[in-house]
Design a binder for this molecule. Structure first.
Ligand code: CTP
Length: 399
């Protein structure tokens, strides 16, 4: 397992009989050069001791949310920031339920809610608990939130029953985490470019034409790409949003500036054009502030369609070109028209007349129109979750 060397794994152990397997999993991680910090829930301490975990992991074991010494040394936010990946094994029905509700009543659940890292969970419970509707629904929620599942397996359980719910073996768990880092490494070689936000087209030095785009969906796509290891460049019109340091942010104002920066940063493996680029600019920008007149006629000329230009360019065209279509009516017809006219591989369309998923909302519902005439709906969820799903499909396509 070559990909674990120097990786920082935050290992959360919950209270279940299979907690004893965590010791072997930690041993494998350590043997392969990973750094480990562990969190034991209160009930985990009934099954294994913090001392044995500390000895094997050669790292600190965190247990309490309100421990003054730990909080000053490393609080729940810092613990998540420290980690390259988070593993919960065993993940009990109780912890899964708490995570699905967003409950934060101990250190483990607080760290997890505060985290933007990839989180793997290896469930372990009795077969009836595993098959219960409430567990199924909670788990589905977690999968929608982006949690990754390892197991569980079918087999004989500690309680004597047979069925699904047995925690995966340490070999399998450590292998999945190793594969996560392997894929990151593969994706690292991949480059991505995202355009986002509105553009400002100046009329005079203080006035401009713009639109309602918040840039949220584009920023989330850039974050998801970067989280999956892509070397990501975000070219953004004016927004109020912040972005992580590992994304190269290029701030622009006008469509012309966005075009220029896009040209400078291509080719990449994938480009996602989510910016709401103004279709027109002022033909001749006024040098001084315009004074009040009876009337004013503005002469507009068309901006270059960046998506169209790039997707038809011989040397600059990325392998995968994705456009957006924010529509208020005839969504399907307009999306298909844009897919063909702009020679892109996918168009991601949404209905911006719907207030719940409009420009400034944190939520979205989109349909991806593929070049091969297939289409796929991504149902109503947070823009960050929509982005993770889009990026999963990008990775599949590039592979
Ligand atoms: N786009 C672009 N450059 C432009 C205009 C649009 O790159 N000058 C891209 C957008 O980033 C988006 C796609 O083209 O990915 C569709 O943008 P949209 O504004 O919906 O389409 P338009 O072609 O401008 O068509 P219309 O405004 O008539 O719907």
């Amino acid at each position: 397992m070559k990909n674990l060397l120097d990786k920082k794994i935050l290992y959360i152990i919950c209270g279940g009989i299979s907690a004893y397997k965590s010791l072997e999993t930690i041993r494998i991680f350590k043997k392969n050069g990973a750094q480990i910090k562990t969190i034991l829930t209160n009930s985990a301490k009934e099954f294994i001791t913090p001392l044995s975990v500390a000895s094997l992991s050669q790292g600190k074991v965190y247990t309490d949310l309100f421990n003054v010494e730990n909080e000053t040394e490393m609080d729940h936010i810092a613990l998540s920031r420290w980690a390259d990946v988070i593993l919960i094994a065993p993940a009990t029905a109780n912890t899964i339920s708490k995570l699905a509700q967003g409950t934060t009543d101990d250190l483990a659940s607080t760290v997890l809610l505060a985290s933007n890292k990839e989180i793997y969970l290896a469930p372990a419970m009795n077969v009836r608990m595993w098959e219960h509707q409430s567990t199924k629904q909670n788990l589905q929620k977690l999968i929608n939130y982006g949690y990754k599942l390892i197991g569980p397996e079918i087999g004989e359980m500690a309680c004597g029953e047979y069925g699904e719910g047995k925690m995966s073996e340490p070999d399998k768990i450590s292998n999945e985490i190793n594969n996560y880092f392997l894929n990151l490494k593969k994706n690292k070689k991949l480059k991505a470019l995202v355009t986002a936000g509105p553009t400002n087209e100046y009329i005079d030095p203080v006035r401009f034409i713009t639109n309602k785009s918040s840039g949220k969906q584009g920023y989330e796509i850039a974050k998801s790409l970067s989280k999956k290891g892509f070397d990501t460049t975000l070219i953004s019109g004016p927004t109020n949003l912040k972005i992580d340091d590992d994304i190269k942010l290029i701030e622009v104002e006008t469509a012309d500036e966005m075009l220029l920066e896009t040209q400078k940063n291509l080719p990449t493996n994938v480009a996602v054009f989510s910016a709401a680029v103004a279709d027109f600019k002022i033909n001749k920008k006024f040098k001084n502030k315009i004074k009040k007149h009876e009337s004013l006629n503005l002469n507009l000329e068309k901006n270059v369609d960046i998506l169209n230009y790039i997707s038809n360019h011989n040397s600059m065209r990325p392998e995968l070109v994705i456009g957006f279509a924010a529509e208020t009516n005839n969504v399907e017809r307009n999306a298909e028209k844009k897919l063909n006219n702009k020679n892109c591989d996918w168009i991601i369309a949404n209905d911006v007349s719907n207030k719940k998923i409009g420009f400034s909302s944190d939520f979205n519902e989109v349909t991806i129109y593929y070049k091969d005439k297939n289409k796929e709906k991504l149902s109503y969820k947070k823009k960050s979750e929509i982005s993770d799903e889009i990026v999963d499909r990008i990775i599949n396509q590039l592979n």
